[in-house]
Design a protein around this ligand. Structure first.
Ligand code: SF4
Length: 223
């Protein structure tokens, strides 16, 4: 989704950061020249089948199953995390287990059910031992997420956790410096918050995550 120059100038005046990812094609259909799969023109069924059969990186050899994404295909809000964990790998659904329950509670606090939003990860297969994803894996897998975003056309993306935020915004900036500001991913407003799994380990940060959700809600109300 392209940002028109007048809109970009307006966002700049408001102090809104506009990011275009390095090393990926210009906004538009994702092509093979990015080094990843060609997802242009795929509908939901085609995309789901392509992901389920994908062997484009080594993670396919250790997964139980791919974890595609879940929720409304016309969602206004999209929540994006890092990669499936052990429970997600077992169940084939993102954000289940304790971190998923926390996300569900956070959604309820916003007035949503899980079915009202769309939830996905940058990677569709679990990295062994929950290690950090590698750059090559992200390059191969992120076109699937890009196509999901194109198909949904969300009004707002919540990037949950350092990895999702840094990947979507193509930056090494800390999550602390990315929070509390409105960013853009290919023209879509994007708000950064902590990953629910991190919040389980750092309970004091829950209040900050709630601030992020309130900021996102205010942003949506103003759109
Ligand atoms: S992580 Fe993504 S690119 Fe790698 S095998 Fe799984 S679906 Fe394919």
């Amino acid at each position: 989704m392209a940002t028109d120059p007048r809109h970009a100038a307006y966002l700049d005046a408001l102090g809104v950061d506009v990011y275009v990812r390095r090393g990926l094609p210009a906004p538009g259909p994702v092509a093979d020249d990015a080094g990843g799969p060609d997802t242009a023109g795929l509908d939901w069924n085609g995309l789901r089948e392509r992901v389920a059969a994908c062997t484009r990186c080594e993670l396919h050899s250790t997964r139980t199953q791919t974890v595609f994404g879940v929720g409304s295909q016309t969602a206004r809000w999209m929540f994006i995390g890092e990669a499936p964990g052990a429970e997600e790998d077992r169940q084939g659904e993102p954000f289940v287990g304790r971190a998923g329950q926390l996300l569900t509670s956070m959604l309820k606090a916003l007035g949503f059910a899980r079915e009202d939003v769309y939830i996905a990860n940058v990677l569709k297969c679990r990295p062994p031992g929950n290690r950090n994803p590698e750059a090559g894996e992200v390059a191969q897998c992120s076109p699937y997420l890009q196509r999901q975003i194109e198909l949904i056309g969300p009004k707002l993306i919540m990037a949950m956790g350092r990895f999702a935020a840094q990947t979507l915004l193509d930056t090494d900036a800390t999550i602390g410096s990315l929070r509390g500001r409105l960013h853009r991913y290919r023209g879509v407003p994007l708000v950064v918050t902590y990953h629910p799994a991190y919040l389980l380990r750092s309970l004091p940060e829950k209040a900050k995550a709630w601030e992020d959700l309130c900021f996102a809600r205010r942003t949506m109300a103003g759109l």
